[in-house]
Every structure is written in structure tokens, then in C-alpha cells.
Design a protein around this ligand. Structure first.
Ligand SMILES: Cc1cc2nc3c(=O)[nH]c(=O)nc-3n(C[C@H](O)[C@H](O)[C@H](O)COP(=O)(O)O)c2cc1C
Length: 332
């Protein structure tokens, strides 16, 4: 039987499939279900920096309407602000603590963040609670014309440096595919000393229901066709960056996991395929990986990891964008 273990950010994983951050990794019961399905690690549902601040604002507004609180007493609001943040975060920290008692696989905490401000002080609490790693889901969107591409990149680097200085546990950064200069951004993020980069986050997409004139969510789940962007960037960068690369978006089958490993990815994260196919699908994916390895005569993942990355393959340009133009120019 093939040995499926891999190392991701220094963590020993029994196989290369991680349950990605989502509604499937929210509560202790969710995390236990994930472990039972056979995944090698879980990334918890993100703790949202924005939500922490919104909660604090809401509580402050409520408090400001109270006749019991003297309106100019800003210390009171400071207290509420800090208290609410701590409350919100302590639920999350408690879930990590409990998960570490009940699960045998690595538990990766996730923070959705947009700034390097005061929330970063909570990172130490995640570490103290036993999180095996922290995934920063950096979600600075390019909608603000006052923020240039360079500003957005700098925000990412500031967040990473701040978090890196606050913790010793491995840190991964999950990024958006929407950068003006993605290649350089990946290089610069890798150079910060992060242990992993997750390629890529997949965001809420809007649609319009023309019958009731409402804005609705479009395509909440990915399709297998979406794998190619993660595959391309992992293939192009895996040999060049000093950290692990992990695929997210479009990993739907055992075959997709094999492709990412061949491209040089250290591991894969799955979400949509579990929503679509249920928890038993993880065993099918692992079985497909094992069967393929047996057919090729591989006993260990190291024997084929990175074999098809941009430098090992004899057709590295196939992974680069220009090749699309050539392809279309050849199609009648
Ligand atoms: C319902 C749902 C909730 C999600 N919540 C989070 C989240 O809290 N944090 C995060 O980093 N990604 C979140 N994601 C994104 C997933 O982790 C993943 O990056 C994305 O779904 C692409 O992977 P997939 O193709 O396997 O679905 C969520 C995705 C879905 C569908």
C-alpha cells in the first residue's frame, strides 16, 4: 500500500488533503466530522477582523443609547470595545483548545484580515490555545481607487511581518488571484519568511436576480475547471520560492490532488467538493490517489512530487499565459 504522508509547513500530514476554511470547519462537531472523513488537517472557519470591529461598533452604538452611560466617557467605550473583541475571540480560542483535545490531526486557525492593526495581538492567543499553524486569509480588495497595487501589496507584507513577529507557529498566507503583478507578489510574500502560501482564495461573486431585482450570490461553489489557475501558479513558482505552496480552488477529485502534487504543491485544500459530494468523497479521493500511485509504481509521494513543475517538465512555457494565445491562434 502506498504511503500518502506529506510535510506541509513542517507539519506531518498523513495525506495531502486538508479541509479548507468554510462553514464545514466551524464548530467542534464539524471539525470532528472532517477528521472522520479522512482529511489530514483542518483549516478552521476564519475569524473575521472586520466582524470583530463591527461587533465592537454595534455594542458601542447600543451603549451610547443607554442613559446609564455618560456619553462623553470614552473610557467606557474603550472598555466595551476591548471586551467585545476579547469575547468574540475567546469563543474562537476555546474552539481551538477543544479541537486540540479531541482531534488527532493538525488544526490550523484562520484569520480573515484587511489590516495590520490591533487584531494582531490576538495571534498569541491562537498559539497558546494550541493552533498548529495560522492561515492568514488576507482579503484586501482592489475597489478603493486611493489604494494602488503597490499599497495593497505593502498591506499584505505589513500584516505578515506583524503576525510573524507575534508567533512561532507556522504561518500560511492565503491570497487572492487578483493582483496586477502576481508573480512578484508571490515572491515578495515568500521572502517574508512565511511557511506556506495558499493559492488561491475564492470570493463571493455577485449576480442579479432579474425577477425580484435582488443581488444574490453566484456560483458559491467552484467547478473542476477552476483548478487550472492554482495549478499553473504552483507549477511556475514551486521550485522558486522558499516556502510550501498549497492549492485551494478547484480541487475536486483524487486526480486533481495528483496534478497539484506533480506541479510541486505540498498539499491541497478542498471545500466545494465536500459540499457537493459529501464527506465520504474524501475516501474516494484518497483511494484514487493510491490506485494511481500503485499503477505508476510509486510507494511515496516524494517519488513524484514536483515532477511536472515548470522546471522539471520539458515544456515549462505551457504553464505561462502566452501559450493561450498560441493555442487559440491554432484553433480554426
Ligand atoms: C460556504 C463557504 C465559506 C467559506 N468561508 C471561508 C472562510 O471563512 N475563510 C476562508 O479563508 N475561506 C473561506 N471559503 C473559501 C474556501 O476556503 C476555498 O478557498 C474556496 O471555496 C475554494 O476552494 P474549493 O474550490 O475547494 O471550494 C469559503 C468557501 C465557501 C464555499
Amino acid at each position: 500500500m502506498a504511503e500518502l504522508s506529506v510535510k506541509y509547513m513542517g507539519l506531518n500530514l498523513k495525506n495531502p488533503i486538508i479541509a479548507g476554511s468554510s462553514g464545514l470547519t466551524h464548530s467542534i462537531a464539524d471539525l470532528q466530522r472532517m477528521e472522520k472523513s479522512g482529511v489530514a488537517a483542518v483549516v478552521m472557519k476564519s475569524l473575521f477582523e472586520e466582524q470583530i470591529y463591527l461587533d465592537a461598533d454595534y455594542q458601542q452604538q447600543k451603549a451610547s443609547k443607554s442613559r446609564l452611560i455618560y456619553l462623553q466617557h470614552s473610557e467606557t467605550f474603550d472598555y466595551i470595545d476591548t471586551h467585545i473583541r476579547n469575547e468574540y475571540v475567546s469563543d474562537y480560542v476555546q474552539t481551538i483548545r477543544e479541537a486540540k483535545k479531541k482531534l488527532h490531526i493538525p488544526v490550523i486557525a484562520s484569520i480573515n484580515c484587511i489590516s495590520a492593526s490591533s487584531w494582531t495581538s490576538f495571534v498569541a492567543k491562537l498559539q497558546d490555545a494550541g493552533a498548529d499553524a495560522i492561515e492568514l486569509n488576507i482579503a484586501v480588495q482592489p475597489f478603493n481607487p486611493a489604494l494602488s497595487a503597490a499599497d495593497i501589496e505593502q498591506l499584505h507584507l505589513d500584516i505578515i511581518h506583524k503576525v510573524r513577529s507575534m508567533t512561532n507557529v507556522p504561518v500560511a498566507v492565503k491570497i487572492s488571484p487578483y493582483f496586477a503583478d502576481l508573480s512578484r507578489v508571490i515572491d515578495n510574500i515568500a521572502a517574508t519568511g512565511v511557511n506556506g502560501i495558499v493559492l488561491f482564495n475564492r470570493f463571493f461573486s455577485p449576480d442579479i436576480n432579474i425577477d425580484n431585482m435582488q443581488i444574490v450570490a453566484a456560483n458559491m461553489f467552484s467547478t473542476p475547471a477552476e483548478l487550472s489557475n492554482s495549478l499553473r501558479w504552483i507549477a511556475v513558482k514551486s521550485d522558486l520560492v522558499p516556502c510550501d505552496l498549497c492549492a485551494s480552488t478547484g480541487v475536486h477529485s483524487g486526480r486533481d490532488v495528483i496534478k497539484i502534487l506533480l506541479a510541486g504543491g505540498a498539499a491541497t485544500q478542498i471545500v466545494s467538493t465536500i459540499y457537493n459530494n459529501g464527506l465520504d468523497w474524501v475516501a474516494v479521493m484518497l483511494n484514487d490517489l493510491e490506485t494511481w500511485m500503485a499503477g505508476k509504481g510509486y510507494n511515496y509521494i516524494d517519488q513524484f512530487a514536483g515532477k511536472m513543475n515548470g522546471f522539471e517538465t520539458d515544456a515549462p512555457a505551457s504553464y505561462e499565459r502566452m501559450q493561450f494565445m498560441k493555442y487559440y491562434s491554432q484553433v480554426e
